[in-house]
Design a protein around this ligand. Structure first.
Ligand code: ADP
Ligand code: MG
Ligand code: ZN
Length: 607
């Protein structure tokens, strides 16, 4: 996906070049000196040698004289002496029959000294400058070379590069349709202009993490045969004030040059946060400037030119209202968690690249994973493939998939967890408690699996229930039954051991959340009827809520919640007390097997 950047050349590379040059110069300039030991003598000694006829060769240089003396052994010895203003020297050498020259020494040749004094320092200087520039760039998230500060580093994706098309995105048909229209417009804008239709300037993909927003954008890039600029919101927020705005400007300049084209801003919430939302001390000048620039640019360009802006976020409620105004991101494309059919389709897309055994049934896996995102499902397929490899198989079996569903939900099995017999028994009763309450209520989902093998997530055991079909609505009865099932674990412990443990903490949390939502958001309490008591802050990320009521009302809400939980707890205890024999029998069976399926459970339950 990523465009390849030029690999950065390290400092050592430039130093290498500098050292190489120095060595080369040396090799030419000082060869004689390097090769031979040179003795320094005074001028008188030099003349004496000449007169004695021992000197074979003389080289007169600007400031010194180098001469060679052949000694008795026939070996040459180099000597060096200072040069005197001696007009008779030439005659003297001539009459002694010495070979002599006056040389312009190489080390002082204009070319070499020019290189040494001017070019070499420049090379070293640039090497160091380049090194620091690249370090600074790395720190501040830039790319390319030192001259591109402030340029957006949006990557251009075109069809050939992403290779992702709408076929790779399973489910999400509405989103695909909305985006298809944009792609279509960019292909033949005439059709739309003739009828007078205006294509939206921008479309905002909203939905929980992992539902395929980024994937969809990439698919649009693959589908449209136009340039596709992609940048992530976080890349805009730079270290230096003003950089983000500069990047936005540059991005839109590039886009308008390349029009028709698509600009995709991923995770736009990082720059598009509501401007009033910040505290009194505005540490967010930079982000604000970037956002303002974005708004200006979006207003500035002519949509007929064919620049369409896509953006994605999983926190639409934090976005500045100005961004959502008509003429900006006026179209919202919801990318929701997949339903049963969507999950099965996503599993099929990802299973295509994995060798699957014939017995594999992806429908069952889709049913066991309500609430899973596309990313979770892709992860489940991959975990299953890894498990198959671990077990030395060539194909993925259904058991691999089943296990990887649990890995993704609850973490890996903790093989080396040592539990005392008493703890294990408590856990077994606890889990059978959940399952038995579920089985004895008419509005509970059927039990799919019960296990008392601990998981790395900290779960000591769990009971998996799987709905028959896809559930969109939850009735009040279903909600109450669900809370009763959650109470079932603790209720079993109470009935059997007359002792309570910490093992129910997760159940308590879930049950309280649901009971609270019943009162504050679902209008399921007599007391408050259909009064809105809470707002959801971030719909797609955990769904935090905040109360919008007075403190007196808040304490009444707490009372209502407590009443729901207490009555469900009682109901669970009654069910288990009435079926104590089965509770013992099923627990004994679970202790032996450690993991049992829904069928085995029903088999034992029904005798
Ligand atoms: P988001 O941007 O919404 O957080 P991504 O687009 O990054 O999610 O999705 C992460 C991964 O999950 C994708 O690369 C893909 O493998 C998988 N995925 C998510 N949704 C789908 C889908 N509808 N069809 C196929 N794969 C999906
Ligand atoms: Mg994303
Ligand atoms: Zn429990």
């Amino acid at each position: 996906m990523e465009e390849k950047k030029n690999p950065k050349k390290p400092l050592i590379y430039y130093l290498g070049i500098a050292v190489g040059i120095v060595l080369l110069l040396n090799a030419f300039v000082f060869p004689a000196i390097l090769k031979n030991q040179v003795k320094e003598v005074d001028y008188g000694t030099f003349l004496r040698y000449v007169d004695q006829g021992n000197v074979t060769e003389v080289e007169v240089q600007e400031n010194q004289i180098i001469f060679v003396v052949r000694n008795k052994g026939g070996k040459d010895q180099y000597y060096l002496t200072g040069r005197m203003d001696d007009p008779e020297l030439s005659n003297r050498l001539y009459s002694a029959g010495v070979k002599f020259t006056k040389n312009i020494p190489k080390e002082n040749s204009p070319l070499v000294s020019f290189l040494l004094t001017w070019i070499l320092p420049l090379i070293i200087f640039f090497a160091i400058a380049q090194f620091f520039a690249s370090r600074i760039q790395k720190r501040f998230g830039g790319g390319g070379n030192a001259m591109t500060f402030g340029k957006s580093n949006a990557k251009i994706y075109v069809e050939a590069q992403t290779g992702i098309t709408f076929k790779d995105v399973a489910g999400q048909d509405e989103a695909k349709e909305a985006l298809q229209e944009i792609v279509d417009f960019l292909h033949n804008p005439k059709k739309y202009k003739e009828i007078g239709a205006k294509i939206p300037k921008g479309a905002l993909l909203v939905g929980p993490p992992g539902t395929g927003k980024t994937l969809l954008a990439k698919a649009v890039a693959g589908e449209s045969k136009v340039p596709f600029f992609s940048i992530s919101g976080s890349e805009f927020v730079e270290m230096f004030v003003g950089m983000g705005a500069a990047r936005v400007r540059d991005l839109f300049k590039q886009a308008q040059e390349k029009a028709p084209c698509i600009v995709f801003i991923d995770e736009i919430d990082t720059i598009g946060k509501s401007r009033t939302g910040g505290g009194p001390i505005s540490g967010n000048d930079e982000r604000e400037q970037t956002l303002n620039q974005l708004l200006t640019e979006m207003d500035g360009f002519d949509p007929d030119k064919g620049v369409v802006i896509l953006a994605a976020t999983n926190r639409p409620e934090t976005l500045d209202k100005a961004l959502l105004r008509p003429g900006r991101f006026d179209r919202r494309v919801p990318v929701e968690l997949p339903d049963l059919r969507g999950r099965e389709a996503i599993l099929h897309v990802h299973a295509k690249n994995v060798k699957m055994d014939h017995d594999v049934n992806l429908h069952t896996i889709a049913r066991a994973t309500p609430g899973a995102s596309g990313a979770d499902l892709a992860n489940i397929i991959n975990e299953a493939a890894l498990r198959a490899v671990r077990l030395g198989r060539k194909e993925v079996k259904q058991s691999d998939l089943e296990e990887s569903v649990e890995v993704v939900i609850a973490g890996y099995q903790r093989k080396n967890a040592v539990l005392s017999m008493k703890d294990k028994l408590t856990i077994a009763y606890h889990e059978i408690g959940h399952a038995l309450v579920a089985a004895k209520q008419s509005n509970s989902a059927p039990v799919h699996k019960i296990t008392i093998i601990p998981r790395t997530s900290g779960a000591l055991g769990y009971t998996m229930q799987v709905e028959e079909g896809e559930q969109v609505l939850m009735s009040k009865e279903q909600a109450l039954d669900k809370i009763a099932v959650l109470m079932g674990g603790r209720a079993a412990e109470e009935i059997i051991f007359n002792r309570i443990t910490s093992g129910a903490s997760n159940d308590i949390e879930q049950a309280t959340k649901l009971a609270r939502a019943m009162v504050t958001r679902f209008g399921m309490s007599e007391r408050f009827d259909m009064m809105a008591l809470e707002t959801v802050n971030n719909q797609y990320l955990g769904g935090d809520t905040s109360l919008i009521v007075s403190s007196e009302t808040a304490s009444i809400i707490d009372e209502e919640v407590l009443n729901i939980i207490k009555s469900c707890h009682e109901k669970a205890k009654t069910i288990l007390a009435d079926n104590k024999e089965k509770l013992h029998e099923l627990t004994k069976y679970l202790m032996e097997k450690e993991t049992i399926t829904g069928e085995e459970f029903l088999h034992v339950l029904n005798g």
